[in-house]
Design a protein around this ligand. Structure first.
Ligand code: S3P
Length: 425
């Protein structure tokens, strides 16, 4: 499907965005290995989370989906059963990396694969630590999916993370539930901690002492009701849209504002953005709030260091904002962008380039001259949901219309994205 986005005059809206993708995946996975029912509300029914549901159904778990309400009938830590077919993770890196850890300690074997993009995403980052734990996990494609896992007995390890990655950390922590002895993961820079929060909510014993995360095995996990907050990664597109569009104000209600995820808000505030967080509250151990955002004159900043993992998925839309800011923005320490659903350094430079933007690529990021006024253009999503949505935000304040080809990939994380965007008009 192709989509054409017209420029917008102003935005004045109160919206909610779909449930958090990271939390929705985890609710299904952890609910499946907990005893009893986990009733989830606010679940993200995007394609990635539906891939997770499909994998756990193949592992013998009964899961009822009624729109955003999902009930997982968990069978306890040792209740999964051998799948009779390949587990297809679709486009979801979170599914394949987390499930690899979880399946390494089972008593059965399985095979995992996904789409063409998944087959280009590095899996050695989980194969290495899991193998150290005793897992029998092999790639039949030189470090990429497909993966074959043979059930094995695991032992705890101490693992110093070479890259900040919540997916790798979570994979190890899930394996730790099946390992003998304690497992320690050491993080130099904090990555999202939804796994630690939710596993503990279900009865696990995981503590984080200044980046040293220790998991002690427990006998069982217990299912509990869970409310998934709105995804800050999805809210970010509308936050940027309101900041960049003249005379605008948007309120995004019920957004997850866990501090391991709010790098984008901190970055925009440093640029001079008018963003207020109101109604802060806790739900299922996660901090939630409403965001009130007004049109702002933004100044360039240098983005690097430990803010990067706290906003890794929001950097594409941050780049759109930097093009409108005053001064030169530098994005550094962001090599991880190269191994997302697409190489997001290359694809963002290429697609915004079709709208007239000039951005310089560097080894670990990019240099963005501010004050660039974009024209419309015909762009391509690269089948990457966040590239499509970032280009759509850029299109709102471009001079002409912008077409995005293969635009339906937004269904991965934000199925009603274009409808919500149109509702702003
Ligand atoms: C995710 C972690 C991040 C992020 C991805 C979701 C998660 O990946 O980019 O969209 O749910 O754990 P890395 O941890 O590999 O950086």
């Amino acid at each position: 499907m192709d989509i054409t986005i017209r420029p917008i005059d102003k935005i004045n809206s109160v919206i909610t965005v779909p449930g958090d993708k990271s939390i929705s995946h985890r609710a299904v996975m952890f609910g499946s290995i907990a005893q009893g029912d986990t009733e989830i509300s606010g679940f993200l029914t995007g394609d990635d989370c539906m891939s997770t549901i499909s994998c756990f159904k193949k592992l013998g778990i009964d899961i009822e989906v009624k729109g955003e309400n999902v009930v997982v009938h968990g069978k306890g830590l040792h209740g999964l059963t051998a799948p009779t077919e390949l587990l297809d993770v679709g486009n979801s890196g979170t599914t394949i990396r987390l499930i690899s850890g979880l399946l390494s300690g089972q008593t059965f074997d399985c095979r995992l694969n996904g789409d063409a993009s998944i087959q280009k995403r590095p899996m050695n980052r989980v194969i290495k630590p899991l193998s150290q734990m005793g897992a029998k996990i092999a790639s039949t494609n030189d470090g990429y999916a497909p993966l074959a896992i043979t059930g094995a007995k695991l032992k705890g390890i101490e693992y110093h993370m070479p890259v900040a990655s919540a997916q790798v950390k979570s994979s190890i922590l899930l394996a730790s539930l099946y390992a003998e002895g304690e497992t320690v993961v050491i993080e130099d820079m904090p990555s999202r901690d939804h796994t630690e929060i939710m596993l503990n909510y279900f009865g696990a014993d995981i503590i984080n002492e200044n980046g040293r995360i220790t998991s002690h095995p427990v006998k069982e996990l217990y299912g509990r009701p869970l409310t998934v907050p709105g995804d800050i990664s999805s809210a970010a597109f509308f936050i940027a849209a309101a900041l960049l569009t003249p005379d605008s104000e948007i309120t995004v209600t019920n957004v997850g504002i866990n501090k391991t995820r709010t790098g984008i808000i901190d970055a925009f505030l440093e640029m001079g953005a008018d963003i207020k967080v109101i109604n802060e509250r806790l739900a299922g151990g996660e901090l939630v709030g409403d965001l009130v955002v007004k049109t702002s004159k933004l100044k360039a900043i240098t983005l690097g260091g430990d803010i990067i993992p706290r906003m890794i998925d929001e950097i594409p839309v941050f780049v759109v904002a930097a093009l409108a800011a005053e001064g030169t923005t530098v994005v550094k320490d962001a090599q991880e962008l190269k191994v997302k659903e697409s190489n997001r350094i290359a694809t963002m430079i290429e697609e915004l380039g079709k709208m007239g933007a000039k951005i310089t690529e560097t080894d670990d990021g990019m240099i963005i001259e501010g004050g660039q006024k974009l024209t419309g253009g015909t762009t391509y999503s690269h089948l990457d949901h966040r590239v499509a949505m970032s280009v759509a935000v850029a299109a709102l304040n471009a001079k002409g219309d912008t077409t995005i080809t293969d635009a339906d990939c937004v269904g991965i994380s934000f199925p009603n994205f274009y409808e919500l965007l149109n509702s702003l008009r």
